[in-house]
Design a protein around this ligand. Structure first.
Ligand SMILES: Cc1cc2nc3c(=O)[nH]c(=O)nc-3n(C[C@H](O)[C@H](O)[C@H](O)COP(=O)(O)O)c2cc1C
Length: 313
């Protein structure tokens, strides 16, 4: 069965999005067993060898009956690990590779050679066009309200503009935390909802208990979008800044230099303990298993489909 066949049989048209320091093998396996695409980012590992270990663990626990899983690679020009990570990719063959913060070009030959699919994570129509021209199989359109590195386009605009030139897969990201929102993404012309924040409080996530509880206790008003931590616009929880003794008001307009070399830039404040989330955070009211989250999303999705049938009559 091809990866495309497996994507057409998902229980729910959704990805659990890759999240730095949050998604690891347990979450990937739990999501894929629950019937949605599970994923994790390579920078969660310090070396390419460890990345290979994680991919081996995941591949060893999943079967062709489970949903396909995805690896997220940072292709930014300052990321020195990419060639060695790609060797591991060729060996372990993740069904889907999602590129972020750089061009998908260096990844395409390796992944498409073994029948894998490449999705590029983009925040603008220009970047979407470049990735489409490079030959990606799918695009992740990151819109306003998304957690972590966020976008500023409305999904109402972004999908329509990209569908004018791209007929591959589209996964839509940004504050999607309900089954209704997944259905809305499909109505707009996307194929999948791409959900990060909704899975931070999953029992299988690597987020600390304090981080999970902060998600339960927070709502959209507790977020700030700032370039102070990574150099790119990121949606972060203000209470986590306050807990580290930082003043959110002072950080709002600071800009860090983007750096994926693995070396700490002396001019950048250490940002461990500063936690990201998107505007859907207000929907989170408990810590539960990934399977329970997917069950709830699937029930909401099915109910929304039934409820809206009349609109199309
Ligand atoms: C805490 C956190 C960490 C993230 N880390 C990454 C990452 O390492 N790589 C990546 O491509 N996207 C990352 N993202 C973005 C997600 O993959 C996804 O685009 C986003 O969470 C979708 O918006 P939502 O959180 O509103 O659902 C992160 C998001 C969050 C909340």
């Amino acid at each position: 069965m091809t990866v495309r066949d497996r994507l057409s049989r998902l229980r729910l048209p959704a990805f659990a999005a890759p999240m730095f320091l949050v998604s690891g093998p347990d979450l990937v396996v739990a999501c894929s067993r629950a019937g949605i695409v599970g994923s994790f980012p390579a920078p969660n590992l310090r070396s390419s060898a460890e990345l290979g270990d994680w991919m081996g663990r995941i591949a060893g626990q999943l079967t062709a009956d489970d949903a396909p899983w995805a690896l997220n690679l940072v292709t930014h020009s300052t990321s020195p690990r990419l060639p060695r990570d790609l060797e591991q990719v060729a060996e372990h063959q993740p069904p889907i590779v999602i590129t972020a913060l750089g061009s998908p070009k260096p990844v395409l030959p390796t992944v498409q050679a073994y029948g894998g699919l490449v999705f590029a994570d983009v925040i603008s129509v220009d970047l979407a066009k470049k990735a489409a021209d490079a030959g990606v199989d799918g695009l992740v359109l990151v819109c306003t309200g998304a957690g972590g590195h966020t976008g500023d386009l409305s999904p109402l605009v972004f999908v329509e503009r990209v569908r004018r030139f791209f007929d591959g897969y589209i996964a839509l990201a940004g504050a999607i935390t309900t089954g209704e929102a997944i259905l809305a993404a499909q109505v707009l012309g996307a194929d999948f909802g791409y959900l990060g924040t909704a899975f931070i409080p999953a029992r299988e996530s690597m987020a600390s208990d304090a981080y999970k509880q902060m998600c339960v206790d927070s709502s959209a008003g507790d977020l700030m979008v700032t370039r102070a931590f990574t150099g790119a616009r990121a949606s972060m929880l203000k209470p986590s800044m306050v807990a580290r003794g930082l003043d959110p008001a002072e950080l709002e307009f600071k800009v860090a230099r983007m750096n994926f070399t693995g070396r700490q830039d002396e001019t950048v404040k250490p940002w461990s303990g500063i936690w990201g989330a998107g505007q859907g955070v207000g929907k989170i009211d408990r810590v539960e298993s990934a399977a329970e989250i997917v069950d709830r999303l699937a029930a909401e999705y099915d109910a929304a489909r039934l409820r809206t049938r009349g609109l199309c009559a």
